[in-house]
Ligand binder design. Sequence first.
Ligand SMILES: [Zn+2]
Length: 113
Amino acid sequence: MHELGVTESIAGIVLRHARMNGAKRVLKVNIKLGELTGIVDHYVAFYWDMVTKDTVAEGAELNFIKVPTMARCARCEEDFHIQEYDLTCPRCGEIASDIVSGREFLVESIEIE
Ligand SMILES: [Zn+2]
């Protein structure tokens, strides 16, 4: 369970940003969440309420933008969604070695007032 740590990191970024912009309140946080991270969004939401208690980010809505795990085939350059750890290119059958997305966990934007 590493959601507490990542939620604290995200809260730190959001609070720093809110302070720099003189925010009275954080309304919404858009978070890019890669499938490959294994991070479960509802745990993040649960910890969020805990780590932001009594801050300007308390009660902010978390919007998770799910990023699928995508690989790129070195032979035919097809991008495809990896499922069940299968890296076989659906177009040519080559085993892809290049993961191009799915590891993201970052604050994309925040909405403040
Ligand atoms: Zn291919």
